[in-house]
Design a protein around this ligand. Sequence first.
Ligand SMILES: Nc1ncnc2c1ncn2[C@@H]1O[C@H](COP(=O)(O)OP(=O)(O)O)[C@@H](O)[C@H]1O
Ligand SMILES: [Mg+2]
Length: 640
Amino acid sequence: MSYSSTEPKGDSSNTPILSWSNLNYDVKTKAGVRRVLHDISGEVYPGELVAIMGSSGAGKTTLLNVLSGRVQGGRLYGDIKFNGDKRNPHNFKRMVAYVEQDDLLFAPLTVNETLTTSAQLRLPDTKYSSDEKHERVDAVMRQLRLTHVRDSPIGGYGARGVSGGERKRVSIGVELVTDPSILVLDEPSSGLDSSSAEMVVALTKEMSRERNLCTLMTIHQPSTEMVQMFDKLILVSQGKLIYMGPMKQAIPYFESLGFPSTNPNPANFFIDLTTIDFTSDEAMRKSEQHVQALADSFVEFRTNGGCLPSTAVSTGTSASASVIGSHIASAAPSFAKSNLDMDITQNAADLVLYDPPAINSWFNEFWVLLKRDWALAVRNTSMLYGLAAMGITTIIFLGFVFFQLKHDQASVQNRVGALFMFALLCSYPIIFPVISLIISGRSVLVRERSAGMYRMTAYFFAKSLSFFPLAIIPYTITYIGVYFIAHFQYDAAKFFIGLANTYVLLFTAIGFAFGIAMLVQRIEVALIIAPVTMSNLILFAGNLANSHAVTPVLRWIKYLCMYYYSYAAFMQNEFGGLEFTCDEGSSSCYRTGEDVIEMYGLNAQAIWLCIVLNLVLGIGNYIIAYGLTRWLAKPRYLWI
Ligand SMILES: Nc1ncnc2c1ncn2[C@@H]1O[C@H](COP(=O)(O)OP(=O)(O)O)[C@@H](O)[C@H]1O
Ligand SMILES: [Mg+2]
């Protein structure tokens, strides 16, 4: 496969697309405040392919996050300019395409669907027709050599799908269906074999040239061929800048400092030169001093205009050393100043918490998201089988344990038990899958939100709505099966009231699940919190503890309990109007259904009121869940 390898279109006389000066970043650790980035300055130009290298823990990802406006927590100081001006968080978010180290994609969707969804959400309808969006997707697939896998699922997490290299290219494609000015990739080659990794770098280079796009990537162990593809190198160690300039000039630069290349692969040479040796305290101190000396040398080099001594230049490959000078000189004065003055007095970053203005209409966003959520739900075949199994076992067990209920005293207990069990079975098998689906999609949500792809209300409505058919279809069938086999009161009004009560309980339960998922965020914790909360709520449902007899301190909880409302409605609906025979010789017995309801203390609200209050509780659950989504799934980025 051949890749084009022209020179970047943007030349050094242009304004840099991104420039930064005196970046300092501190984080709090147990041992105190730790500086992760020290006074980093630099700039990059359109069309350039820039490698950020350094050993593990050097600060590469942190630098990349700072530059792309994705840094969370800690304190950040310095200045970053986009196209020569202060960055506007709204525009910048959409001008920077960020490809995370882990591919955050939905495994069941195909390559084409993944890219199309991104195009539909990110390209404005005012500028692109639907056909143009599809053409755009096709072009991106061609450029990233993905056409042959267009209809293959992404896969992952044990599901079969495209290869790792292809998946990485899809992640890049998701970002490149729009026209960003800066493409940022964190370790795009990690986990890939060398030829896939090389292809990723070569293709990003090709795209950078074609689109005059500045690409910054952190890269681990690139091959010699890959190193040669980069235009620029940013080498960091211990959060300090060791070198920034044309890749071709890096080796001559280190030679001029007295460190001739000792490794045929320049990347290994750079890493060896800057790695901290942790084998002993003495070795560590020495290597730290060495890194500090290298960092100081680079400051000096820049202060002097970034010129290599002529001997070093003569050994340089092709480009003249003065090119580095012109690239670097502009940042040098401020860089030198702040190095003398370690008290940081520059800009401190603020938190940005607002979402950018929308690209497309609310309904379009909602529709695209709903289609995607629905595809994710129906392709989750194991979950569909699980719901079918739930329906069948419920019909068999509830239907036949309580088969053809009679009107004796035993049937009272059976009705009480059957209705209670049905209310529980309307929540457990739906709450847990919903929690896990929401939590598993959360990282994609945060990524898409960071890119400002859609409104949170559109996400929330689409996501909630996509669960309803999953609940309604199996539970309608289950309800009908249990109703007729157990022989609840055959009466059209009662049948439909019971069904409506079932739907409202499902609605409320899904809202509850959404809230728990957004609150807890981690699946293993949610699977503790949810059943504990549900089981404690069940205490107030009016079956296990008599509703009237609960201590007044806790009695109010039943008004927040979906099981209480639905159970009270089921009980009143079924027992209302029933008459029972008394067993011979027994001193006390229930003569009417009303006696039973009275005894259980479930007649405080009429059926319709129970259903309405449960609906109101459900709406409350969704409002809380929405608030949690809005605030807790919100990336909190520091901004300068
Ligand atoms: N928020 C943070 N809290 C604590 N330590 C951090 C934080 N962010 C970064 N660091 C530390 O800063 C150093 C650089 O991290 P990173 O940028 O991820 O390195 P890498 O070069 O491997 O990508 C690491 O030692 C890391 O532990
Ligand atoms: Mg990293």
